[in-house]
Design a binder for this molecule. Structure first.
Ligand code: SF4
Length: 85
């Protein structure tokens, strides 16, 4: 039996996000542009905390590459990814 216990915390600094659309394009499984202010946010399914200035989520290991690629591609470095478990 395979256990997938590693989880990753994803923090989007929405105040810094310039709504370029790259994050949701690279990783639509986790990111979308929020209807509130058009800044990137973590989708509801993985959300821990959401406000106009920050979006925090937790994703399982299988989505790590997806969020890491988006973080790397963000032109203003608004996405941070860290292992939590
Ligand atoms: S790549 Fe960065 S600036 Fe562009 S939408 Fe995503 S978080 Fe915002």
């Amino acid at each position: 039996m395979v256990f997938n216990l590693a989880r990753y915390r994803v923090v989007v600094d929405r105040a810094t996000c310039i709504s370029c659309g790259v994050a949701p394009a690279i990783c639509p499984e986790v990111f979308e542009l929020g209807l509130d202010n058009q800044k990137t946010r973590v989708i509801d399914k993985y959300t821990v905390e959401i406000s106009e200035s920050v979006s925090i989520g937790e994703v399982p290991e299988e989505l790590y590459e997806c969020v890491a690629k988006a973080a790397e591609a963000c032109p203003v470095a608004a996405i941070r990814v860290e292992r939590v478990g």
